[in-house]
Design a protein around this ligand. Structure first.
Ligand code: NAP
Length: 258
């Protein structure tokens, strides 16, 4: 195979997605760095990757839009002629973080479109492309990785829509894992805890205090790179007999205790 293995990272321009894109490039993947609104941030990631000798292209597209999803996939195929890995990372938090009794349909629509409908239909399109590419011996196998959250099981009553989308990503992972195993595609859920990024910047002081008090066993903030390295482990085939698996990257937050 002539071209390097290729990956699409949605929301690859900042935070966790950026770390995933850089890590995949380090492993030799050509990377589609998708973004929604900030081309400057995406171009910075592309520059960082190409400076280190890797391949990357920035592709604007709202994952909630069917037209944009097709554009992201078409651009990936035009640029690299293959897609080996899809990382559904793009996500937004609840608009205005309103109490569940005040939550709006407007926030619901945006959060569900971005965090759930986008990943579901992007996975569908990419899985079909991967099946076609495998039939032509262009790729050996495929991987889809969904970035969920501890908010999929830990309630925040001021972010109900966000929590529900993240819970649904767990089921989506299992559904695609079951359907795609015979097609040579494995599917993983990576479940981060609280990670330093623009998304968590507004709640930094709250979590500084909770971490000091021991809210999770490993007393530090998660870093985008913690998630990037987990993605690296999955794509490096360190879990060859697994699919539909959830990998917690949360400092041990998921442990229940008495
Ligand atoms: P972030 O710093 O806010 O970055 C979000 C990224 O997603 C940006 O690249 C943004 O692009 C892109 N994006 C937003 N809406 C998009 C859309 N409709 N279509 C395409 N791209 C879009 O977020 P983050 O903290 O890195 O979070 C990344 C993922 O991890 C999210 O799914 C989040 O729910 C999940 N997560 C985060 C944490 C945490 O503590 N940070 C914890 C658990 C899970 P633009 O800048 O161009 O808009």
């Amino acid at each position: 195979m002539e071209t390097a293995r290729a990956a699409i990272v949605t929301g690859g321009s900042r935070g966790i997605g950026r770390a995933i894109a850089v890590e995949l490039a380090r492993l030799g993947y050509a990377v589609v760095v998708n973004y929604a609104t900030r081309p400057d941030a995406a171009e910075q990631v592309v520059a960082e990757i190409t400076k280190s000798g890797g391949q990357a292209v920035a592709v604007q597209g709202d994952v909630g839009s069917p037209v944009d999803r097709d554009l992201i996939v078409d651009r990936a195929l035009t640029a690299f002629e293959r897609i080996d890995v899809l990382v559904n990372n793009a996500g937004i938090t609840s608009q205005g973080r309103k109490d569940i009794l005040e939550a709006t349909e407007e926030s619901w629509e945006r959060v569900f479109n971005t965090n759930l409908k986008g990943p579901f239909f992007l996975s569908q399109r990419v899985a079909n492309e991967m099946i076609r590419l495998m039939a032509r011996n262009k790729i050996p196998d495929g991987k889809i990785i969904n970035i969920s959250s501890v908010s999929g099981y830990a309630v925040s009553t001021n972010r109900a829509d966000y929590c529900m989308t993240k819970a649904a990503l767990g089921m989506m992972t299992k559904l695609y894992a079951q359907r795609l195993a015979d097609e040579g595609i494995t599917v993983f859920e990576i479940c981060p805890g609280v990670i330093e990024s623009d998304m968590t910047a507004p709640v930094k002081e709250k979590y500084d205090r909770l971490i000091r008090e021991g809210i999770w066993p490993i007393r530090r903030w998660g870093r985008p790179d913690d998630v990037g390295r987990a993605v690296a482990a999955v794509v490096s085939d360190y879990f060859p007999f697994s699919t539909g698996e959830r990998i917690n990257i949360d400092g041990g937050f998921h442990i229940r205790r008495l």
